[in-house]
Design a protein around this ligand. Sequence first.
Ligand SMILES: [Zn+2]
Length: 321
Amino acid sequence: MNLLSIIKNKKSKFIMISSAVLIIASCTTAVLYSFFSEPSYSGPIEVFNSHEIFKSEEEYNSYISEKVALKGIYFEKIKIESGDNFWKIAKDKGINIDTLLALNPFWKSINASTGQEIITSNQKGNLCFVNRKITDKEALEIFESEPEKILFSDNPIIVTAKNKETKYFPVFVIDAKPSTDNMTESMASQYTLREKFTSPLGGRFSSYFGGRVHPIFNRYGFHNGIDIAAPYGTPVGASCGGTVQSTGWMGGYGKAVIIVHEDGYKTLYGHLSSIAVRPGQTVKPNQFVGRVGSTGYSTGPHLHFTLWQNNKLINPLKVLW
Ligand SMILES: [Zn+2]
């Protein structure tokens, strides 16, 4: 054996050993990786509501504002200042009240209180959590939205409870409505009622119900509905589907329409300039019933809207917020 062949032999032994080590190492890495990495795309998908994950509103607010990262969306924790309300905040942020409800699942009421901390975002939509990574196909099946509107985060938030770590993956669905499953009981019932009715003039508004000084008789009295100012001739829509009970001149209400709805609800549309429906007719939500006018006791064109349930007056703002 000459020197050259000894060197050759040693070299090939070295190559053989080192490649064996390399193969073992890479196999081990693969095994270890699959063992320790996420159980991605396997097992049933569970969608969680925030009450199942977070113990308190404070804990929820911190996690969302500090740990949830989704492409193009940011969540911010802000403090309610004196004079603020949720509609104003929603408007300032370019979102809507539905989004604020989706982002604040611990709310019990829609009345803001000074010093209260809430979560806002820069996009309209709904935030929820799933137990594992999801494919595009699964996302479509679960959230029933266009794929580009479903934003999924690969970075889970990790919540430790009873010494056990659980991972929750945030999903934001742009333009999706909040789910009543993700609300407190009291908020869910207020929201369900709100979803039943729409504004007779489109959009949401605020006005008053209760004691006031009458604009014509100049004396204090009870105003049994709300007034919505609108230009003469503006179309008025049914606030909810139902059956027209009566139409025509109704004293101080002038030309008016009364519609009865499911669950004992009844609505009145007053001071109309013209009426487009007749008694006994069924109407769909938002169906055209007449036009804004100033008939009856009225100082200018506006719609008077009254709501009853089982013949008891209800503040319309309870359903039209
Ligand atoms: Zn009125």
